[in-house]
Design a protein around this ligand. Structure first.
Ligand code: FAD
Ligand code: SIN
Length: 528
């Protein structure tokens, strides 16, 4: 590990890697990532990246679709910025080596819910894996970038660690790098940095059923919360309508692009039902589709609904969705002739660490991009395939900002080492697992697609108990990755519940039976 760096990047998904590539010409870069480099939400993205790439399409239409999905909470200047940067970042991704699907020499543009035009740039149905592969290759070739796998960021180093009192009112807090836990040697390292980027992704693992891989425990948001950065809109958790429902199988997404190709949702008896809920039917924004499925399942007591893509020929299905076809077949479902059993699952967090339009957080020298951030693009509901776009556009903004900042900055050199004296090794590690499972169940049962004050208050009380037990355990034991992840998940759950309780209306992804209407007086961000 270097003594210090110009740019510390926490996370190796789309946001972290693209930031690293853009700052590498201006100083030393260390990327820390808690598993193997490729393990990220990015790597599992299927549908693609939304961008206006066709003369039939127009920036204003993409802007309007994003704002419509966002239900009154998008920041118009951010939407405009991100949408207009789309074509340039698609080109940048291609320059770094991403090989997107083309037809007759032009990008093949898919369609997803809430989009009024075909504008999803994709690499078959494995878009994220292709973007991740290409960027990791480019990062690997750059002499200024070092990547540290199995390095888990524990805490952001701020003035608090230098002995100053930091409160939510402190205006001039500053980030000096991070404490990072090497999970193979079980040692905590101090990484002083001129600038730090949080690119740690989302929090899907807080829920029992999620499309997200196990890395998505909201570590960056929890670290920023403890460092007293501004966090917003945590109640807006997006549930993807169609994750594969096969008992015992790992969660697997059935891309919205399948509905984009005309697939229909059917109840067990074969009837379609989406038209009853929205005239756009299967291609309504996904909060509507997820709620409709949830309502149908609760009403009928059935355990899943079905996605039927058999209107396409087997050749068309295999050609458009080779990965989905293969994976379903592994679970005994031949999607060329059988319906796919699906249920909604937690998918994407619209809230997160607040940034300005240049990726800066409320803490000096701390930047954020990607799913961990709340930039104002998504508002109360993200439009499909706008997140990879946001990650790559905002990492560019943050990179420009951080480059400028780093030029005149110096590293702090009197940072105290991490102190874990007096702690003992964990004997009750199994309790971590129990508490994690309980937390996920509470969030799924009480803070899911349809909420109420009663359910949220119950979740609040029960997570409070898990919090106390876990903190007590944390004080008595040496750090471990699973314990730190659990602490971070609890912090995120707390912020989601608290934000949900404070929103006295239904808007976008937050639907509560106590306040089923949208209220103009509530049209504001929920700031923590
Ligand atoms: P991630 O890609 O999740 O990367 C986070 C990184 O941080 C990982 O490397 C992780 O290991 C690391 N990390 C986390 N915590 C720590 C820590 N404490 N210390 C060190 N490292 C840490 N969006 C679209 O726009 N289009 C799609 O088609 C699409 N499909 C999706 C399909 C699936 C199944 C999923 C789960 C998501 C999909 N999304 C899609 C959402 C999109 O993939 C993510 O929002 C986006 O990739 C997030 O990128 P990121 O760089 O912010 O985070
Ligand atoms: C999908 O392919 O359905 C996921 C798209 C997204 O989450 O943006």
């Amino acid at each position: 590990m270097p003594d210090n760096v110009d740019f510390l990047v926490i996370g190796s998904g789309a946001a972290g890697l693209s930031f690293a590539l853009r700052v590498a010409g201006f100083g030393s870069v260390a990327i820390v990532t808690k598993k193997e480099s490729a393990e990220s939400n990015t790597n599992y993205a299927q549908g693609g990246l939304a961008s206006v790439m066709d003369h039939e399409d127009h920036f204003d239409l993409h802007i309007q679709d994003t704002m419509t999905a966002g239900a009154g909470l998008c920041r118009p200047e951010v939407v405009e910025l991100v949408v207009r940067n789309g074509p340039a970042v698609v080109q940048e991704l291609r320059d770094w080596g991403s090989d997107f699907t083309t037809r007759n020499g032009k990008l093949d543009l898919g369609r997803e819910g809430g989009h009024t035009r075909n504008r999803i740039v994709h690499a078959s149905d494995l878009t994220g894996r292709e973007i991740e592969r290409a960027m990791l290759e480019a990062v690997g070739k750059h002499p200024n970038i070092r990547i540290f796998e199995h390095h888990f960021a524990l805490e952001l180093i701020t003035r608090h660690h230098l002995g100053d009192k930091v409160t939510w009112q402190t205006k001039d807090n500053k980030c000096y790098g991070a404490y990072v836990f090497d999970t193979r040697t079980n040692t905590v390292e101090t990484i002083p940095a001129k600038t730090t980027l949080v690119a740690t992704g989302g929090v899907g693992q807080v829920y029992l059923h999620t499309t997200n891989p196990t890395i998505a425990t909201g570590d960056g948001i929890a670290m920023a919360y403890r460092a007293k950065a501004e966090i917003a809109n945590m109640e807006f958790m997006q549930f993807h309508p169609t994750s594969l429902a096969v008992p015992g199988a790992n969660s697997f997404l059935i891309s919205e692009a399948v509905r984009g190709k005309g697939a229909r949702l059917r109840a067990k008896d074969g009837n379609t039902f989406m038209k009853k809920y929205d005239p756009r039917a299967e291609l309504a924004p996904r909060d509507i589709v997820a709620r409709a499925i949830d309502h149908h399942l609760k009403k009928t007591g059935e355990s899943c609904v079905y996605l039927d893509v058999t209107h396409l020929t087997p050749g068309e299905i295999r050609d458009s969705f080779p990965h989905i076809t293969r994976t379903c077949l592994e679970h005994g479902i031949d999607i060329t002739r059988q319906w796919i059993p699906v249920v909604p699952a937690a998918h994407y967090l619209c809230g997160g660490i607040v940034t300005d339009t240049r990726g800066a957080t409320s803490i000096e020298a701390l930047y954020c991009a990607g799913e961990a951030s709340c930039t104002g693009l998504h508002g109360a509901n993200r439009l499909a395939s706008n997140s990879l776009l946001e990650a790559v556009v905002f990492s560019k903004r943050a990179a420009e900002n951080a480059r400028e900042y780093a030029r005149a900055a110096t590293c702090q050199n009197d940072i105290p080492q991490w102190d874990d004296s007096g702690t003992v090794n964990a004997e009750e590690a199994i309790l971590i697992d129990h508490n994690k499972r309980e937390l996920q169940q509470i969030m799924w049962n009480y803070v899911g697609i349809v909420r109420s004050d009663l359910r949220l208050q119950r979740a609040h009380r029960r997570t409070g108990l898990i919090f106390e037990e876990t903190e007590d355990f944390y004080q008595r034991t040496r750090v471990s990755e699973s314990l730190c992840e659990l602490r971070n998940m609890i912090a995120n759950a707390y912020m989601i519940i608290r934000s949900a309780l404070s929103r006295k209306e239904s808007r976008g992804l937050h639907y509560t039976t106590d306040y089923p209407e949208q209220r103009e007086s509530e049209r504001k961000d929920t700031i923590i």
